[in-house]
Design a protein around this ligand. Structure first.
Ligand code: FES
Ligand code: FES
Length: 157
């Protein structure tokens, strides 16, 4: 594909025609063209998970995905998850446990946990594996782990 070609990507159940560079990072397109700014940019290099979106059911770092690679796939951003029951349950649990402080990491973590909730086998039941690509500088993780275990694994602590 060259720069003149148009490709179609599907985000939150809507289709968009993408013009311009096929190598543009998906996170830039989502934030700058669609104004879906719930997805954050932390490191820009696959280290922090702030840019996590769900692509064909799996959490991915959208800073590492060229828009051309997202063509023909189903993408969900945090904005597309917010009205779902599972998201609401996760959000409530995160508030209850104190899993949200500055909130910068939260959309990425919510996207990861939401995907895990839809596919319980994704991380072999391990909250540590689930969260290993999402950095949080504020909480020390325990509160996030508690929220995840409550909603995804159905465990009360
Ligand atoms: S911004 Fe993508 S992993 Fe940090
Ligand atoms: S709540 Fe601040 S980085 Fe996680």
């Amino acid at each position: 594909m060259d720069e003149q070609d148009t490709l179609t990507i599907r985000i939150n159940d809507r289709e968009y025609q993408v013009n311009g560079s096929p190598t543009r990072p998906l996170v830039d397109y989502i934030r700058e063209e669609l104004q879906l700014t719930g997805t954050k940019i932390g490191c820009g290099s696959g280290e922090c998970g702030a840019c996590t979106v769900i692509l064909d059911g799996k959490p991915v770092n959208s800073c590492l995905i060229p828009v051309a690679s997202a063509a023909g796939k189903e993408i969900q951003t945090i904005e597309g998850l917010r009205e779902t029951e599972d998201y609401q349950a996760l959000a409530e649990a995160m508030v209850e446990t104190g899993g949200v402080q500055c909130g910068f990491c939260t959309p990425g973590i919510m996207a990861t946990l939401y995907a895990w909730k839809q596919q319980p086998d994704l991380y072999e039941g391990s909250v540590k594996k689930a969260l290993k690509n999402n950095l949080c500088r504020c909480t020390g993780y325990q509160s996030i782990v508690q929220a995840a275990e409550k909603v995804v694994n159905g465990e009360e602590r």
